[in-house]
Design a protein around this ligand. Structure first.
Ligand code: FRU
Length: 499
């Protein structure tokens, strides 16, 4: 088999890059464009793709529509970083310009082989007007020798059709590949003919010829009708399967977003091609977290980045010629059967001006000297009783009209994120089940203009949200019922992540 690639895509990429140059200034002026959360230079960004380490640098690609701040024919945008903290934009990597991917280079992953960087992605073609049914999804690859310019392989598509069996013939996407010994494996997002979410397992000796192995795991009726963006990896002595199910129904306080992302801890038997999963748990209890992807970094750590948006929410930043951000990189660790995610420690390198306070009684509202800002990190330790109610508000306007509120509600045993008065558009509340640990709540809150990520008790829960405050709404206020003490608060201004 000849592996000579052909480079068809340079025209479409050059045109898209030229367009981005024109609209970039408008996007850069946006008061909502984050400083240290990744976003496209302009226009649409969604799923992280191709997160990988290649020749000592971390590469991240993303679903990108360079021509509009809304979803459309997907390209792959591209950024890279040595340390996962400071990033640089690179030219667009893939454009939808072949017959087999003409309506979108959908999500996928990347892997190094023989010194070259391979992207595996889904070529999407609409075959009619009903986009839930009239589509052809095939799996394709592109290769690069320099990590910047990619050429689609002449053998494309590598996987032309869904395998036989209880597998939907059209919905087959988002290849995540990895190598185990001499064998390459791929998991693919799929749905059964009776509309259950499932992940398929494939195997290859050369990354090009793929053999279907098995339905790796299938959800019950609770777990939606389609699993997007599966990711399977070993962590400590277990395996973790991450999936993004479409169509889960709300259950109590959980699953109120249109689509959610979660994980199952289990055991992967690569000989039988079976994953025996434990229960499904959310990766993030906020409003905006979807389609995450993980990689091993240069220190062998499992790092995850997610798309910090969602399909159903309005994106008012579109008026500023951009849409969509990523989460910060999160380190994944197991505590028993629980997957914890914590901010990548090296993000501390972005910390600048510091303000600290200790031992403040949280009675009514408390404003602390120097504690405000729109691109900041807060480290918070509160000593409280199990029945205490306390919290903080951020994105507060001077007149009190705008605020985003985070409340620990001891009697209810949860942490509540409330966007009722957040500013433009974004609304609603989300609740995460949270308990005090040794009589304390430990929070790390990353606020970045229109993004907030809240890490609870060393990553046991995370809540992410987009919110759209007014120009001057950068106030931060603590509050409480008098039974809790803010033992320690550290606040840093956070620098830009862009080189
Ligand atoms: C997830 C997803 C993927 C698909 C991509 C298209 O957000 O629907 O399944 O590949 O987005 O942009």
């Amino acid at each position: 088999m000849s592996y000579e690639p052909t480079d068809f895509s340079s025209d479409s990429i050059a045109r898209a890059e030229a367009y981005l140059e024109q609209v970039k200034p408008a996007a850069e002026e946006s008061r909502w464009k984050p400083k240290y959360h990744l976003s496209a230079p302009a226009n649409w960004l969604s799923d992280p793709n191709g997160f990988c380490l290649y020749q000592g640098e971390h590469h991240l690609f993303y679903q990108h529509h360079p021509y509009a701040p809304k979803w459309g024919d997907m390209f792959w945008g591209h950024v890279k970083s040595r340390d996962l903290v400071h990033w640089r934009h690179l030219p667009i990597a893939l454009a939808p310009d072949e017959d087999y991917d003409k309506d979108g280079c959908f999500s996928g992953s990347a892997i190094e082989k023989d010194g070259k960087l391979y992207l595996l992605y889904t070529g999407n073609v609409w075959t009619g007007s009903d986009w839930t049914r009239d589509l052809l999804q095939v799996q394709c690859a592109a290769v690069s020798e320099d990590g910047t310019t990619f050429a689609k392989l002449p053998q494309n598509p590598l996987i032309k059709a869904a395998p036989a069996g209880d597998i939907h013939p059209c919905h087959l996407r988002d290849p995540k590949v990895w190598r185990q010994g001499e064998t390459y494996y791929m998991v693919l997002g799929s749905r059964s003919r009776s509309d259950r979410g499932q992940a398929l397992l494939y195997r290859s000796a050369n990354l090009l010829d793929w053999e279907f192995v098995s339905v790796l795991a299938q959800g019950d009726e609770r777990l939606g009708f389609m699993w997007e963006c599966p990711d399977l990896f070993a962590l400590e002595d277990k395996h973790v399967l991450i999936v993004s199910p479409e169509g889960m129904k709300p259950e109590g306080d959980l699953y109120h977003n249109k689509s959610q992302s979660g994980y199952m801890v289990g055991h992967f038997d690569e000989v039988r091609g079976v994953f025996e999963p434990g229960d499904f748990h959310l990766l993030d209890y906020g409003f905006n977290f979807y389609a995450p992807q993980t990689t091993l970094d240069d220190q062998g750590r499992r790092v995850m980045i997610g798309w910090m948006s969602s399909w159903d929410e309005e994106k008012p930043e579109g008026a500023h010629q951009w849409a969509g951000t990523m989460t910060i990189p999160r380190l994944l660790m197991l505590k028993g059967e629980k997957l914890c995610s914590t901010p990548l420690p090296e993000l501390e390198n972005l910390r600048r001006k510091h303000v600290g306070h200790t031992d403040i009684a949280l009675e009514n509202e408390v404003v602390l000297t120097g504690v405000y800002g729109s691109s900041v990190e807060l480290e918070i330790a509160v000593r409280a009783g199990a029945d205490s109610v306390f919290g903080l508000k951020f994105g507060c306007s001077r007149d009190g009209a705008e605020e985003t509120v985070l409340t620990f509600n001891g009697p209810e045993g949860n942490l509540v994120l409330d966007r009722t008065r957040s500013g433009e558009v974004a609304r609603g509340i989300r609740k995460a089940p949270v308990k005090l640990q040794d009589g304390r709540l430990i929070l790390r809150v990353f606020i970045d203009r229109s993004c907030v990520e809240i890490f609870v008790n060393f990553g046991e829960q995370v809540m992410s949200a987009r919110f759209y405050p007014g120009e001057a709404s950068d106030g931060i206020v603590f509050f409480g019922d008098g039974s809790a003490v803010l033992e320690k608060l550290d606040k840093w201004e956070i620098d830009s992540c862009w080189l």
